[in-house]
Design a protein around this ligand. Structure first.
Ligand SMILES: NC(=O)c1ccc[n+]([C@@H]2O[C@H](COP(=O)([O-])OP(=O)(O)OC[C@H]3O[C@@H](n4cnc5c(N)ncnc54)[C@H](O)[C@@H]3O)[C@@H](O)[C@H]2O)c1
Length: 460
């Protein structure tokens, strides 16, 4: 049976290398589509957890994992010799940065080395890890061809960027359109067939380099726009203008504008890192991406800006950071998820600690983290009634489960980096990129009245 026939008849065995935020949901979608999936990971704890029916990814339910593992449809393993049993392999390993901000492609290299050990003809390999243009050809094609096999004849190779947005209730792995580029037409044809049997919309492009670049454009676009609005937030702060109100009003323009919101900085495994991959590769072509560097600089400095704000606010109460009792709400890099990778909250926590603050943090999802000295710091149980013991509460991540009304009632001073307390105006409330309350709420009350009246009319 040819690989094409195996894919069409769902008899192909799908392999996934790297069962993290990207790989595990993808594995589940391939099982949902009717394939048997072998999932490979080097992390024994994760494999053990899956074998016991426990998911560690918020978007993947444990009962689904348990069902599929029990039925033998999902086989999680650390045994890479099982690569010899699979027909397709999607590589979803991390692509972090080194301390020097250069791409760390060692995870891809390690995965490819395992593939080389157990390689067999007719294997379809799809690299999904976000990386610089040229990686698929330079790190995968070259390596496999060095063993005497020809791409498009003996094996098939594609790149398909992963766009999953953890915590997104509307868009998931299945209904987020997926771009795929192949090294040859046959490579693309097979991958298109496989992925369109599991994902709603697949968008073919003419090369792996185009597919690699698509992901970098998407995330550079986000990083640059967030950088722009963060810079404007700092400017608005100085000019006494509410950036959030400005963005919301600008967003009513039905064309030519897309809202981006400021915040305490950017985090996660994608937005802070991916543009650096592009910028690094561009330099090898003697090309310097000024937008990327500028956005990285502005976004990277936002945690420091938040800390400066804390210092300014405490100063109004004749206090300083040193010795003040501060509560930080939200350690994850964005709302309703547990991912703390590159989270700006970590940096804010570190800086406040360094300046002598007596700190607690709460995050219902990110329940612990390791500080730079290697100590495990645990989330403090949130007791709304005792919030007044803190000199200041900083809202870093706007998790939906927080009771914002109770925080407002009990906290002595609130610094909001996310516009989470929408519409709240008070002397004790300080919002990033916004003027401090001046005592006259009349105009805001009038605007609210109009909004309420409009809602009433719209409902009729
Ligand atoms: N997390 C996201 O929201 C997201 C979104 C889009 C794209 N991406 C990209 O997808 C890729 C994976 O990201 P992630 O968030 O899933 O990372 P992750 O850290 O959650 O998962 C990666 C997994 O790969 C495993 N691994 C590492 N080396 C391995 C090896 N040699 N063989 C087998 N397994 C190995 C790790 O143990 C881990 O379980 C990255 O390139 C990332 O940039 C991530």
């Amino acid at each position: 049976m040819t690989l094409k026939q195996k894919i069409i008849s769902k008899q192909a065995i799908v392999g996934i290398i790297g069962l993290g935020y990207v790989g595990l949901p993808l594995a589940i979608e391939f099982v949902n589509a009717g394939y048997k999936v072998i999932g490979f990971d080097v992390n024994e704890k994760k494999i053990d957890s899956l074998l016991h029916g426990q998911s560690y990814v918020l978007d993947v339910q444990s009962d689904i994992v348990k069902k599929y593992v029990d039925e033998g449809k999902l086989i999680p393993t650390t045994d890479f010799s099982k690569i010899s049993e699979v027909d397709t392999l999607s590589i979803c390993v991390p692509t972090p940065l080194r301390k020097t901000k250069d791409p760390d492609i060692s995870y891809i290299v390690n995965a490819v080395n395992e593939i080389k050990k157990y390689f067999h003809k007719d294997l379809l390999i799809v690299l999904e890890s976000t990386t610089y243009p040229g990686t698929t050809e330079e790190l995968v094609q070259k390596e496999i061809e060095s063993m005497g096999y020809k791409v498009g004849e003996d094996f098939y190779l594609c790149f398909s960027p992963e766009r999953v947005d953890p915590g997104n209730k509307k868009y998931n792995t299945k209904n987020t359109p997926k771009v795929i580029g192949g090294v040859t037409k046959k490579c693309l044809e097979l991958a298109y067939l496989l992925y369109s049997s599991a994902i709603d919309t697949v968008i073919p492009v003419s090369s792996t380099k185009v597919a690699e670049m698509v992901k970098l454009l998407e995330n550079t676009f986000r990083a640059v726009n967030i950088g722009l609005v963060n810079e404007l937030a700092m400017m608005c702060d100085r000019m006494g203008i509410d950036i959030w109100e400005v963005v919301d009003a600008a967003a009513t323009k039905p064309f030519g504008f897309m809202p981006f919101y400021p915040g305490p900085g950017i985090g996660g495994h994608c937005i802070p890192l991916d543009p650096q991959y592009l910028s690094w590769k561009a330099k090898t072509y003697d090309f310097y991406n000024k937008f990327i560097e500028l956005a990285s600089d502005i976004n990277g400095n936002m945690p420091r800006y938040v800390v400066t704000k804390v210092s300014e606010v405490l100063n109004r109460y004749k206090k300083c950071i040193n010795g003040s009792k501060i509560l930080l709400l939200g350690m994850a890099y964005k709302k309703d998820i547990d991912d703390i990778r590159e989270s700006p909250s970590l940096e804010i926590y570190r800086m406040l600690k360094e300046q002598g603050a007596i700190l607690d943090y709460n995050d219902p999802y990110a329940v612990e983290f390791m500080d730079e000295k290697g100590n495990i710091v645990k989330s403090f149980e949130l007791n709304y009634k005792t919030l007044s013991i803190y000199d200041c509460v900083i809202l870093c991540t706007d998790h939906s489960c927080y009771d914002y009304e109770k925080i407002v009632e009990e906290a002595r001073v609130i610094i909001d980096a996310r516009n989470a307390f929408k519409g709240f105006i008070d002397k004790k409330y300080i919002k990033l990129g916004s003027p401090i309350y001046d005592g006259d709420t009349g105009i805001y009350d009038y605007i609210k009245e109009i909004a309420v009246a409009k809602e009433r009319i719209d409902k009729k």
